[in-house]
Design a protein around this ligand. Structure first.
Ligand SMILES: C[S@@+](CC[C@H](N)C(=O)[O-])C[C@H]1O[C@@H](n2cnc3c(N)ncnc32)[C@H](O)[C@@H]1O
Length: 226
């Protein structure tokens, strides 16, 4: 009862904090196993993603562990979810971000503005300096961006319409058969453009996916219909 009340208070506070780039981490103590709990403690210090959503990322990485390919994240910010991904796998990971905040929003976007989530790149670099398997790629992610040849799991957390659209197109094209993508921003009132981009992508490619109770959206490659 006490923990339900705490979670409710946490949700209300986070509704105000997340658009500003902060989050109060309230961990549901029954969530995950021992190694996840250790990782999530580190990740939530610098992530705007909820522990529940981080658990979905963790599960996807574990589920695709035996597939060929690297892991990518588009939308790193301070490196919170990337930190969790680092704990979850020994695979090579690529983290893409401007590290100067959001690019220009479009008319599809309803909340975030250019420059939101700007961060000191040197601090992010320092957080991953002792792991050669984690590669940070600084710059605008767009059509010309170079991704690894084969991807087993992609985490897309870029909030805006055009960023989500280009990230989905490019990551899906490099995803191995059975590989998974999580789009973070499907179910939030501050990221309507991202939701639109996901819907258009599913429609154009004739793909189905699953909306999760965390606001995330899960896609697996080769689940297309005729
Ligand atoms: C919500 S933050 C990511 C949060 C992070 N995953 C975490 O765990 O806290 C969204 C990030 O997407 C980045 N971003 C949005 N569009 C981008 C683009 N086209 N290219 C590169 N970075 C982009 C922003 O700079 C911002 O750091």
């Amino acid at each position: 009862m006490k923990s339900i009340l705490l979670e409710k208070i946490g949700d209300t506070v986070n509704g105000l904090l997340i658009p500003l780039g902060y989050r109060l981490a309230i961990l549901n103590t029954t969530l995950g196993n021992h190694s996840f709990k250790k990782a999530v403690k580190k990740a939530t210090k610098i992530s705007v993603i909820s522990p529940e959503a981080l658990w979905h990322i963790w599960s996807c990485i574990k589920a695709t562990e035996d597939l060929r390919g690297s892991i990518v994240e588009i939308g790193v910010y301070k490196g919170g979810s990337l930190k969790l991904m680092e704990y979850a796998t020994n695979k090579v990971i690529y983290g893409f971000d401007t590290f100067e905040g959001m690019p220009k929003e479009t008319k599809e976007d309803n909340y975030h503005k250019k420059g939101d989530f700007s961060v000191e790149f040197k601090n992010v670099k320092r957080a991953f300096s002792n792991n050669n398997s984690v590669n940070l790629v600084k710059g605008l992610f767009n059509k010309e961006s170079i991704l690894p040849e084969i991807i087993s799991f992609g985490h897309i957390d870029v909030d805006l319409y055009s960023s989500t659209k280009v990230s989905l197109e490019k990551v899906y094209d490099r995803l191995c058969e059975g590989g998974l993508i999580i789009v973070d921003d499907y179910g939030f009132r501050t990221t309507k453009g991202a939701r639109k981009a996901v819907k258009e992508f599913l429609h154009n490619r004739k793909i189905i996916g699953v909306e999760l109770n965390t606001g995330q959206f899960l896609i697996q490659k080769n689940s297309s219909y005729e």
